[in-house]
Design a protein around this ligand. Structure first.
Ligand SMILES: [Zn+2]
Ligand SMILES: [Zn+2]
Length: 190
């Protein structure tokens, strides 16, 4: 039984999954495809494979390149779509924040909290922190200082660099007469 000059596995005479060089050196078609991407000459005797084999390989390579280009194109389109969706999501989020700030200005705290509930499942940490801050701020405004503290304290534990959160945390402590804690928070609000 002849074997392939590349992988040394058997070559079955019956099927047509093999080729040979002009000197009859047998090689699997799959092994030959890989070899032809480097050289058109038989790895054993260095004679050139015939034009039919080489042209078939060139066609195969062209097809493969086209497929790759198509895949790349599709990938690019998908990435662009995701980018656009992210931008839209960000815009919606920012509009919502703006709207909630307006509700707070109008002292409509219950409505503001209801609105926040709709956006609870945000994925980015930054957005989550924005929501936590607003919950803290709203609860301070409606004089629920202990609830405000629980949100704001959790927030500054996760993000120490959030002066506005420390500011409302300090105000909430102060409202409860917890002056030491208030001082601690105000120091970090600057
Ligand atoms: Zn082989
Ligand atoms: Zn050969």
């Amino acid at each position: 039984m002849p074997s392939c000059i590349i992988c040394h596995n058997e070559i079955e005479k019956k099927n047509s999954l093999h080729e040979e060089c002009p000197n009859g050196h047998q090689i699997h078609k799959e092994c030959l495809k890989k070899w032809l991407s480097q050289s058109y000459y038989c790895p054993l005797c260095n004679s050139k494979y015939n034009e039919v084999i080489i042209n078939e390989f060139k066609l195969y390579q062209k097809e493969k390149e086209k497929e790759k280009e198509k895949e790349l194109e599709i990938k690019k389109q998908q990435e662009n779509l995701i980018k656009i969706q992210k931008i839209e999501e960000t815009n919606i989020f920012l509009k919502m924040i703006e709207f909630i700030e307006q509700l707070i200005d109008n002292e409509e705290y219950e409505q503001a909290l209801d609105k926040l509930d709709e956006f609870e499942d945000k994925e980015s940490i930054e957005d989550k922190h924005t929501l936590m801050f607003l919950r803290g701020k709203i609860n301070f405004m409606r004089k629920k200082y202990d609830i405000a503290i629980s949100y704001l304290f959790k927030l500054v534990k996760e993000n120490f660099n959030y002066p506005e959160a420390f500011n409302y945390l300090g105000k909430s402590y102060k409202a409860l007469g917890l002056n030491d804690q208030a001082e601690w928070a105000f120091k970090r609000a600057k």
